[in-house]
Every structure is written in structure tokens, then in C-alpha cells.
Design a protein. Structure first.
Length: 139
């Protein structure tokens, strides 16, 4: 696949509310992780996985085991953000997600970039379990 035909990443819009900011109306750093979590949840949903159904019917859960973020430019009160999520790699029971936060659009200013490693666990034992082969097949 060439760069010209590359599929755009999954993106989820987020508006910065007053509650997301500090006294200077700048987004508090921990809230970037909340924005990324919302995008990851919606990305997983777009893959046909409802996490509450997964827990109830298969007794499986996703958990974050590691995360990093690089804060490049601050977001501010009332900004419209676009948060992306996409698969970087997958292992037997975990996967690495790349995420970016842009102001306004995918062509907008890159504010933050990060990675999240998530594991797939048995909800009863909290032990890692093999990711289904069908998961991420279209990503």
C-alpha cells in the first residue's frame, strides 16, 4: 500500500471542556490519557468489540500495562481535538497502540503522541490469555 492509498487512522473527536484544564486554561497533562482512552475504546468498538459483552460472555478484558506520552504543544479550553488510535504491533496476549492528538483535524497541529500497550486477560484469574486471531485482522 502506498502512502497515497494508505487508509486514514481511526480518529475520535474530543472537545476540551473547562473541567479538563488548569488555572491557565491549558489541558492538565493527565487528561490527555483520558482523551486517548476514549479514542481507544471507540476504536475497539469500531472493530466490532463491545467490551461489556466481551466481559459478560467470554470473561475477557483488556487492561493497559504500559503507556508513554510526549506532550508537544498544549491544548486549551474549548479546542476541538482529533484523537487517533491504531495498531502498531501485536503479541500472543498483548498489543501496542499508537495514538496522536491533533488540534482540529488530522492536518492540524500535532499536540501529543503516545503509545499504549494493552494485555488481554481472563477476567476471573487476571492472567494473560491468547488474543483471538480474528482481532485486528482488518487493521
Amino acid at each position: 500500500m502506498t502512502a497515497a492509498t494508505k487508509k486514514p487512522p481511526f480518529a475520535w473527536p474530543v472537545r476540551v471542556y473547562y473541567e479538563d484544564t488548569d488555572a491557565q486554561a491549558v489541558v492538565y497533562y493527565a487528561n490527555y490519557f483520558k482523551f486517548m482512552e476514549r479514542a481507544r475504546t471507540e476504536w475497539i468498538r469500531s472493530l466490532g468489540i463491545e467490551q461489556d459483552v466481551l466481559l459478560r460472555e467470554q470473561r475477557r478484558v483488556f487492561v493497559v500495562v504500559d503507556t508513554t506520552a510526549e506532550f508537544l504543544v498544549p491544548a486549551k479550553f474549548n479546542d476541538e481535538l482529533l484523537v487517533t488510535a491504531g495498531l502498531l504491533s501485536r503479541g500472543r496476549a498483548s498489543f501496542l497502540i499508537e495514538q496522536h492528538i491533533y488540534r482540529n483535524s488530522l492536518d492540524g497541529e500535532l499536540l501529543c503522541r503516545g503509545q499504549v500497550r494493552a494485555a488481554f486477560l481472563n477476567a476471573d484469574t487476571l492472567k494473560p490469555t491468547r488474543l483471538p486471531d480474528s482481532l485486528f485482522k482488518d487493521t
